[in-house]
Structures are given as structure tokens and as C-alpha cells.
Design a protein around this ligand. Structure first.
Ligand SMILES: NC(=O)C1=CN([C@@H]2O[C@H](COP(=O)(O)OP(=O)(O)OC[C@H]3O[C@@H](n4cnc5c(N)ncnc54)[C@H](OP(=O)(O)O)[C@@H]3O)[C@@H](O)[C@H]2O)C=CC1
Ligand SMILES: O=C(O)C1=N[C@H](C(=O)O)C[C@H](O)C1
Length: 246
């Protein structure tokens, strides 16, 4: 995702890449990573001193909170795609950004099909009491459930305002019924060959509704990232979810 983001920035005449951060790298020469000579490469958060408007983050679940806090504290507007932030962490970052009037966004998914799937699921949630979510990702994904699945469940629960009822007689010694968010079951599949898909399945007596999106190229996330960058530059609060702005 970092490489896709660099390409997107370089291809956009209104954007300029001025810095890059990865704590693992030893070599700080931009040429090593195919970056322009003017780009400053950092491997230590505390050393970052570049003059920038936006901080784009596609890193790892254990680093994203500290990275985002650093960005907000230094006036870099965060555009955060990294998954794995807890609700408490999101709330803390929102309070910090809002109090400092730093615009930004945390988006579980920058893909238009995924954002529309979440919006449509919220519409359907009004009419169906029972929902399950199946998300499928590549085998290298570190976190489960995916940020998108968790956000979909949150948005559905926001509409339903009550926990989904489980069958009290159910037995599941192998844990095959999946994870649970307020009774909404989430099933995570990790297999080579996939990028990122999600299916939201609603059930009611005599009918089912399936809303499905598929990601076949990671390029697709970049439209949403560009849209977010252009939006947060005008805002002075942290937006949670791309669905709030499209
Ligand atoms: N919101 C959205 O639309 C999308 C979100 N994502 C999310 O983005 C994240 C990244 O995904 P993906 O690119 O596939 O993952 P990768 O594992 O391919 O990339 C993560 C990168 O982060 C680097 N890294 C490690 N530690 C830090 C740190 N402390 N600060 C900054 N960078 C660090 C890694 O470096 P090294 O390789 O040297 O270890 C690696 O280059 C995931 O959480 C994923 O769920 C992904 C796609 C879309
Ligand atoms: O790790 C990924 O690949 C993705 N992560 C995000 C998530 O956790 O929802 C977005 C998309 O599903 C791709």
C-alpha cells in the first residue's frame, strides 16, 4: 500500500512527496527506494521535521496509534488506512485532533465498492434483524477481523441499536460460528490468491439479502485516498470513515 500511495502522489500534479518513514530501514538514501532526491527518509519518529500538510499511513496495527498521535501533535493532517486501532484509541485520537483543530481521517477502507457496501448495509440493517459478515483476505494480513468488517458491524449495530439474539441451544465446540460483535457474527478467511473481499449477509423469514464487494487490484484504494487528502485539507476535525464524506 505504501508503494501504491507513493505512485499516486507522484502521479498527481497537485501533490508532492516530501518525506517517508519506516523504522525498520537502515539506509536513509531516497534513491535506495526509488524516491526523488528531494524526499527525506526517516527511520525514527522523533527525528521527523519535514514541512508537510498530510501524513498518509499504511503501516502495521501495532504502530498506527503512535504514528497518528505523532502526526496530529506535529500538525500533519493524518489520512490513516492502517487497520487494528481499538475504539478507545480512535476516540483518543479524535479528541486530540479535534482539540488541536487538525483535520484528518481514519478510514477502514478507501475502496469505493467497500464504502458503498457499508452504506448499503446500513440501509438494509433497518429492515433485517439478523446479519453475518464474511471477510476474505490475503494470507499476510496481520489483524482479524479486518477493519472493514469491524466497521461494517459497528455501522449495522448503530442502526439496530440492540444486540442480535443468538440461539441459546447452539453448540460450537470448534468455534466455527466466528467472532462476535454485539451478536453480529464475523467470519475471517485468510488464503493466498485473494486481496480483500467482504460479504454482508442479512436474513429474515423467507428471504436473504447479500451485499458483496471484491477488491481485485490495490490501485482501487487510491481513489479514496486522493479524495480524503483533498477533503481533510479543508477540515479541522478527525473524520472516522470515508462513508462520512462520500
Ligand atoms: N484502509 C484501506 O483502504 C486499506 C488498509 N489497509 C491496511 O493498511 C495496512 C498496511 O497494509 P499493507 O500495505 O498490505 O501491509 P504491508 O505489511 O505490506 O506493509 C506495512 C508496511 O509498514 C512498514 N512498517 C512497519 N512498522 C512501521 C512503523 N512503525 N511505521 C511505519 N511503517 C511501518 C513495514 O515495513 P517492513 O516491510 O520493512 O516491515 C511495511 O513496509 C494494514 O493495516 C492493512 O489492513 C490495506 C489496504 C487498504
Ligand atoms: O489488509 C488489507 O489488505 C486490507 N485491510 C483493510 C481492512 O482491514 O479492512 C482494508 C481492506 O480490506 C484491505
Amino acid at each position: 500500500m505504501g508503494q501504491k500511495a507513493v505512485k499516486m502522489v507522484n502521479d498527481n500534479e497537485n501533490f508532492q512527496l516530501v518525506g517517508a518513514f519506516n523504522p525498520i530501514v537502515k539506509d536513509l538514501s531516497p534513491a535506495t527506494y526509488g524516491l526523488d532526491d528531494s524526499v527525506k527518509v526517516y527511520n525514527d519518529l522523533s527525528q521527523i521535521d519535514v514541512d508537510a500538510d498530510i501524513w498518509v499511513d499504511f503501516s502495521i496495527p501495532t504502530a498506527v496509534f503512535d504514528n497518528t498521535k505523532f502526526a496530529i501533535e506535529h500538525g500533519y493532517r493524518p489520512v490513516i488506512g492502517t487497520s487494528g486501532l481499538s475504539e478507545d484509541q480512535v476516540n483518543e485520537l479524535k479528541s486530540l485532533a479535534d482539540s488541536k483543530k487538525v483535520g484528518g481521517i481514519i478510514a477502514s477502507n478507501f475502496g469505493i465498492s467497500a464504502v458503498l457496501m457499508m452504506k448499503f448495509a446500513q440501509v438494509a440493517a433497518k429492515y433485517f434483524d439478523q446479519t453475518e459478515i464474511v471477510e476474505t483476505h490475503h494470507q499476510d494480513k496481520l489483524d482479524s477481523p479486518s477493519g472493514t468488517a469491524l466497521n461494517t458491524a459497528r455501522l449495522i449495530h448503530e442502526v439496530q441499536q440492540k444486540d442480535q439474539v443468538e440461539n441459546p441451544n447452539e453448540s460450537d465446540p470448534l468455534g466455527t460460528r466466528g467472532g462476535d460483535y454485539h451478536g453480529i457474527k464475523i467470519h475471517a478467511i485468510r488464503l493466498p490468491g485473494f486481496i480483500a473481499d467482504e460479504e454482508v449477509i442479512f436474513g429474515s423469514t423467507g428471504e436473504n439479502l447479500v451485499i458483496k464487494q471484491s477488491t481485485t487490484d490495490r490501485e482501487s484504494f487510491m481513489k479514496g485516498v486522493q479524495l480524503a487528502i483533498n477533503e481533510v485539507i479543508k477540515r479541522d476535525e478527525l473524520i472516522i470513515g470515508l462513508e462520512k464524506i462520500i
